[in-house]
Design a protein around this ligand. Sequence first.
Ligand code: PLP
Length: 409
Amino acid sequence: MLIADRVLKLSESATIAVGAKAGALKAAGKDVISFGMGEPDFVTPEPIRRAAIVGLEKGLTHYAPTPGDKASREAIAEKLRRENHIACKAEHISVTAGAKHALYMTLQCLLDDAKGQEVVLPTPAWVSYRPLIEVAGGVCVEVPSTVDSGFKITPEALDRAITPRTVGVIINTPSNPCGVAYSSTEIEAFARVLARHSHVTIIADEIYEKLLYPEIEPGLQQRSLASFPELAERTITINGLSKAFAMTGWRVGYVCAPGENGRFAKELIKLQGQMTNGIATFIMPAIVEALTNGAGDVEAMRKVFARRAKLIHERLTAIPRFRCVRPNGAFYSFPDISECLGRTTPAGRTIETAQQFAEALLDEALVAVVPGEDFGACARTHVRFSFACADENIERGVGRVAEWVAKLR
Ligand code: PLP
């Protein structure tokens, strides 16, 4: 059977692969502690679940309009105007099957095959950006950062990465896998650079915007690139309910593209209409419920994540062979494990790469982490810990890692 090259060339998501292996070991009765999956351990708040149940009971079982019903698009536009200061209307919004679907379609609409168009990506970055750029025919240009730079790139580095071939720039703050958010002042500096490159479309992935920890970095708050008037026409904002509302399994994301009277949004909705249509109709009232009344539940979960961010950072920095940046957003820590490479594990395996480190750690200490290779070239000596898990898991799991790492020879 023939399979297209662009699919054969796609890599499998490293995060999903680790989750699958850890799941198989758990199913075989092993006491695996997982820091693998990037999803809240909470169940979706009850009023949001109830809204979907009521929707089903009312018979909301027919096709919804492709970009979502009027009420959910209006609730999203209202949220973006109120909280993010983005000038937009309901018709600039499309509700998608997760933020990943929104990003997929955005890149498909932006990039032409085989034209060598570049998309600039600060790294370490979420594993799916590069495959999504490449499957749309683009070239991913990484702008690296390190533990020493606090996983932040400078405005000058961003400026240097933009060329006449650049079509898009992706900014994801707070970041997966770095667990780091840029400050308002740093975002302003990026905005000044981006304002000078009027040929570039900005893709702002704000999926972790609610998970910011001013208790760790006082004054930290989200600043949306689309709120800068000089960028508003060419910034596409991606967001969704997965992370903030503990709704990963619902598959609710959205895209907001107000530029040129919603021209990009119209084209994207045309693509969506040939692809998936709208998401499940009975979920629409749950979107409205979440965005209208869900703030209290989001804040309660955020406080728990802030506590866990402090806890995991304390425990990971106590491991002498790890170098960490203190997380101030999202739910990830991304230590540099270079000091562990080139060594032999207690079971006698030599570990040369983060992938081998993660495999040996899972087999020998029953702890699942995600190896850094797929997060960018500068991430190859890192592993990702997701701290969207119970405090007890953090204590026991990082304890096991510390013991195992201490035995590397
Ligand atoms: N963007 C980033 C940075 C993510 O980390 C993720 C999920 O891990 C997504 C987008 C996709 O989220 P969704 O579950 O809404 O598709």
